[in-house]
Write a protein that binds this ligand. Structure first.
Ligand code: SF4
Length: 104
């Protein structure tokens, strides 16, 4: 199993929350860019095939257990998979209409 950039085994909820906060701050600083619907679907397909992904039944609620981010992370252009190497990377795209993530 690939490991997140920073080994997560000793990390708890505080570290996951800190990582999520950093991702949101970076997104805010970057002008809150969102990816295209195609990129969003591509990322979701990769995550759904990943051992770190967790979906709560039919609630449409999902999160990456490696970084603590929810599926909203997939929409953010500044986000990147935390594994080393990452399974998907940051993508700043020029798009006309932002996609809506599944369940939102
Ligand atoms: S962001 Fe990376 S580690 Fe997290 S679920 Fe997706 S592919 Fe897996």
């Amino acid at each position: 199993m690939d490991e997140p950039e920073e080994h997560h085994a000793h990390k708890g909820a505080f570290s996951l929350a800190k990582r999520l906060g950093s991702a949101l701050l970076e997104w805010q600083k970057g002008g809150r860019p969102v990816v295209s619907k195609e990129t969003m679907k591509k990322r979701l397909t990769i995550c759904r095939d990943c051992e770190w992904w967790s979906e709560l039944g039919k609630s449409k609620w999902a999160m990456c257990k490696a970084c603590g981010c929810t599926s909203l992370k997939l929409l953010m252009g500044t986000s990147q998979c935390p594994l080393n190497p990452p399974r998907w990377k940051k993508e700043i795209e020029e798009i006309e209409e932002p996609p809506l993530p599944e369940g939102f």
